[in-house]
Design a protein around this ligand. Structure first.
Ligand SMILES: [Zn+2]
Ligand SMILES: [Zn+2]
Length: 333
């Protein structure tokens, strides 16, 4: 039988030292005072030979090992990032852009000012970064997320991908050596970044309110429906051209600004449907079709008393169908 004490023992990898700096167990010194970054109670470095070296609370608390690691590593990243910004360091990264498909490079520290340890966006759970770098106007330039079994969630990643910020995911298991933010970056992964091409294209509507308004406007005119394929404009993909406007609508923006029910039809083929009430008592139906990496959007207004019953038959499960075929069928039925 296992010794009950040993099986319950939590092996903490991190603690704060006397100066309040995060220390990993590999750097711990016997006899020094350590505290827990979460509950701030004393911790002891256990550097014996029987067990893997670890920190333990002097008195048992409810702190989990994951939460302590997250708190200590978040503090470590915050301090190193602040230091790098103060020293005007350059931390150049390269990534393949999920938005335009091209390869870009940039200095993630450029324009950086305040560093927040723990940053919460308004408007909901999941909108949290362990560390955030802001510019002096208060815009988030970089969000750093520590990855363990619980975070970041899909919601957090989707939310951040819709932002114009670098999103970096750092595994909780990293054991950063020395004090170098740039070295830490190489242990993480860039999962989201603003697209420099997109930034240059200024006449394209990207804000949620304006996109929703444009979609309402287009069906308030005759003939009460609109459909179109998503195109590439000036190197920017997923642009929907309306009569006198162009909307930027990659799938993640649609999810954030419009939402709706997702209907998978076949591998790589899906339609998202959303119903809006219209001020005349009728209904507006919005459709977003993705077929592999192409997309199309349709909007249709139904008068009061008309009940939309969107229906897709089996023909649209076949591989040769285009996103525009699906949208045309839905809008015209
Ligand atoms: Zn604790
Ligand atoms: Zn790009």
């Amino acid at each position: 039988m296992d010794k009950p004490l040993a099986s319950k023992l939590i092996l903490y990898r991190w603690a704060l030292d006397e100066m309040g700096f995060p220390a990993q167990i590999s750097q711990a010194v016997r006899g020094r005072h350590y505290t827990c970054p979460l509950c701030h109670s004393p911790m002891i470095a256990r550097l014996g030979e029987e067990l893997q070296h670890h920190f333990s609370h002097e008195q048992e608390t409810g702190c989990t090992s994951e939460a302590v690691t997250r708190a200590a590593l978040g503090r470590w990243i915050t301090l190193q990032l602040r230091d790098a910004v103060q020293k005007h360091q350059v931390a150049k990264v390269e990534w393949t852009c999920a938005r335009c498909g091209k390869s870009h490079s940039a200095d993630v520290l450029a324009g950086g000012g305040p560093v927040h340890e723990g940053y919460q966006w308004g408007g909901g759970a999941g909108r949290f970064a362990d560390v955030a770098l802001l510019d002096t106007a208060g815009n988030v330039l970089m969000a750093i997320l520590i990855q363990d079994d619980t975070m970041p969630t899909r919601e957090t990643l989707d939310f951040l991908r819709g932002k114009d910020a670098f999103t970096v995911v750092v595994p909780a298991s990293v054991t950063p050596a020395g004090s170098d933010f740039r070295a830490l970056l190489t242990m993480g992964e860039i999962v989201g970044a603003a697209c420099p091409v997109l930034k240059q294209v200024t006449n394209i509507i990207r804000e949620g309110d304006a996109i929703r308004q444009a979609l309402r406007d287009v069906v308030s005119r005759w003939p009460g429906y609109f459909y179109g394929a998503l195109e590439s404009v000036d190197g920017l993909s997923n642009v929907l051209k309306l009569d006198n406007a162009a909307l930027w609508l990659p799938p993640e923006q649609w999810r954030e600004f419009i939402g709706g029910t997702r209907n998978p039809l076949a591998p790589g083929i899906q339609v998202t449907m959303k119903e809006w009430p219209h001020h005349d008592g009728g209904t507006i139906m919005l459709y977003y079709a993705s077929v592999r990496d192409t997309g199309a959007v349709g909007v249709k207004r139904y008068g009061p008393g008309q009940v939309p019953t969107p229906y897709i038959d089996h023909r649209f499960r076949n591989r040769n169908v285009t996103a525009l075929d699906i949208i045309y069928y839905l809008v015209m039925q």
